[in-house]
Ligand binder design. Structure first.
Ligand code: FES
Length: 242
């Protein structure tokens, strides 16, 4: 009996059916290429019973929650390192400007008792502190109406000229207006008494003073970081000594 899979022939005057290859069950529908199959496309999964389901973005986002991605880890590491470096560098920079144990000019200077001059004698220079130690007798340090008279005591006079900053030396042999011994600026001639009172020259004010503390052993501590602008009251700023 002929079926749909045979072809008729006329060999020997009889018709014969030639067997044909059987068609696959389910018809002649072409197979889908592997790379186009549902399970290989992103966003599409094959369920256990073969039904396909789309995974929405919201579902994927929920699935990603709680997981630290490599990119997030790198980002956190970068900003952590950046912040650490910035604060460390800033701290090191600021610490350079923070005074710690300053010695020499700008800090506290120790002056031995042996260095303190007797009252009425020539002022003594203290090189490291850039000042003269002047021991005034009562009423000393003024001249011809310049300055206010004070009591006996010590003055620390910064040797920087208030005019343009030259260093002012004590000139024990320099005579001026009947007095011998003055602070005399070599730059423009400003002249000051042993109390730092300006009596001549272009300087705008008397010499500046520094804070003095007398210690129990007769030595001094002069704070060269605490400078007061010179004024007519310089002789009134003396620190009692002895
Ligand atoms: S700098 Fe001292 S008088 Fe000018």
């Amino acid at each position: 009996m002929a079926n749909g899979n045979t072809q008729p022939t006329s060999e020997g005057g009889q018709q014969r059916r030639v067997p044909q290859p059987a068609e696959p069950s389910g018809g002649s529908r072409p197979q889908r290429a592997p790379h186009l199959r549902a399970e290989s496309r992103p966003g599409v999964v094959q369920s256990g019973d073969g039904a396909r389901a789309m995974v929405t973005r919201a579902q994927r986002r929920r699935a990603m929650q709680g997981q630290v991605t490599r990119r997030q880890l790198l980002r956190v590491s970068f900003w952590g390192f950046f912040t650490f470096s910035l604060t460390g560098g800033l701290g090191a920079f600021l610490s350079n400007f923070w005074p710690r144990g300053v010695t020499g000019f700008g800090g506290r200077i120790a002056v031995s008792a042996a260095t303190v001059p007797e009252a009425g004698t020539d002022p003594a220079p203290v090189q490291i502190g850039k000042f003269y130690l002047s021991h005034l007798q009562a009423g000393q340090g003024t001249h011809a109406g310049f300055g206010e008279e004070g009591e006996e005591g010590l003055l620390a006079l910064w040797w920087k000229c208030p005019h343009l900053g030259c260093t002012i030396p004590w000139r024990p042999g320099f005579p001026f207006e009947g007095v011998t011994g003055w602070f005399r600026c070599p730059c423009h001639g400003s002249t000051y008494t042993r109390g730092g009172i300006r009596v001549f020259g272009p300087a705008p004010r008397p010499m500046d003073t520094m804070e003095i503390t007398v210690n129990s052993d007769g030595s001094l501590t002069v704070d060269t970081g605490k400078i007061t602008k010179g004024g007519a009251d310089n002789p009134l700023r003396t620190t009692t000594y002895g």
